[in-house]
Write a protein that binds this ligand. Structure first.
Ligand code: 8OZ
Length: 364
């Protein structure tokens, strides 16, 4: 008899095998040191969540100007690599798998963030109608300057170097952040990219820098240790797009040629039953990708199970449920009630709301 695939069926993606399809989504928690070294308590936090099929870390800067919010970690200095080593060791010792998410915020930055006084960089000198989290709370993003072609070429190398550093730090792979209105997404979308050189204008041109960064990473560490995250609905951080269907059919098709470990898409809404306009867009651009697909955005155990059974997704990434349920896969498998997450401790702070959520299975 053919066995039905469930959330708890092991899977192979790229170079790794995972024991279940309940993945931990990347979650910004703003607890790193000011110099970008991850907080040592992150080793406890991530190791507590090692039962995830795969952990994808919080977004992590590949370059000093890739930082847009206070207390986010980096991977561009030797101290960062040393800091991350303790975390990957703890996760592996607890039986888990962990990918580092590679990030550059582009124009979603306030110039008071380290390195202080520096304007954000972006495809075009066009401010985002968005906010970022600074020392004094949420502030509007600063006016960016346009990157030169030489700077783009240097950033491609920075991405590759960050991927190499991630493997040196013990990660199982990397996820390239091309979503949520940050740098690579700013290049992809027509509303944030006014360039008239080979990095702007046509879809082919707008995809150029994201694909160059991806190819450089693949060349550095191998396609089977690389995933990518996209957000075709473009709902975060002011990145309007004239023709999302054409763009993401083309972009996902380019990704498909590269045989990478996975595509992780933010679908942005619960359920994804394919009925409204946004759900239809997601279904349409999903078809351009034939490899391992991670769905994310408002899923619960029932909709995630359905997405897997229907063949829409191979895995589902859970965000806030993983914050407040370190043993989420076991809870979903056994029907134990979930703990609600406290939003007040999401960004910044200490162990409260970070390492102190209870494990149902330990009877605490
Ligand atoms: C929440 C707060 C700050 C950053 C993303 C990296 O949206 C983020 C992020 C989320 O991808």
């Amino acid at each position: 008899m053919k066995q039905e695939i469930s959330l708890f069926t092991p899977a192979k993606l790229g170079a790794i095998t995972v024991p279940n399809r309940v993945f931990m989504a990347p979650l910004t928690r703003n607890r790193a040191s000011d110099d970008g070294t991850p907080w040592e308590k992150a080793a406890v936090y991530y190791a507590q969540r090692a039962s995830a099929g795969l952990i994808i870390t919080e977004a992590t800067q590949v370059h000093p100007l890739g930082k847009g919010y206070i207390k986010t970690p980096g991977i561009h200095e030797a101290e960062h690599v040393e800091g991350w080593k303790a975390i990957t060791r703890a996760v592996h010792a607890a039986g888990g798998r962990i990918f580092l998410q590679l990030w550059h915020v582009g124009r979603i930055r306030h110039s008071s963030i380290e390195p202080k006084g520096e304007a954000p960089v972006a495809p075009s000198a066009k401010r985002a109608d968005a906010q970022t989290f600074t020392e004094i709370g949420f502030e509007p993003t600063s006016e960016p300057r346009a990157l030169s072609k030489e700077e783009i070429a240097a950033l491609v190398k920075d991405y590759a170097k960050a991927a190499r550093s991630a493997l040196d730090a013990g990660f199982d792979g990397v996820e390239l952040h091309a979503a949520n209105g940050y740098l690579l997404n700013q290049f992809l979308h027509s509303g944030s990219n006014d360039r008239d050189d080979e990095f702007g204008g046509s879809i082919e041109n707008r995809m150029r820098f994201p694909l160059q960064a991806l190819d450089a990473i693949i060349y550095e560490i191998g396609a089977d240790r690389v995933g990518i995250r996209t957000s075709p609905l473009g709902e975060a951080n002011d990145v309007p797009e004239d023709d999302p269907k054409a763009l993401y059919e083309a972009f996902h098709a380019e990704l498909d040629k590269r045989n990478i470990a996975y595509l992780h898409s933010i679908e942005g809404f619960p359920g994804n039953d394919g009925t409204d306009e946004k759900a239809q867009l997601i279904q349409q651009v999903r078809k351009a990708w034939t490899g391992f697909y991670i769905a994310n955005g408002g899923y619960d155990v029932d909709s995630a199970t359905k997405a897997i059974k229907d063949g829409h997704a191979h895995a589902v990434a859970f965000g806030r449920d993983f914050i407040s349920n370190p043993d989420l896969p076991i809870r979903l498998a056994s029907g134990v009630a979930l703990t609600e997450a406290n939003q007040e401790t999401f960004y910044g702070g200490d162990e409260e709301g970070y390492t102190d959520y209870a494990f149902a299975t330990l009877g605490r």
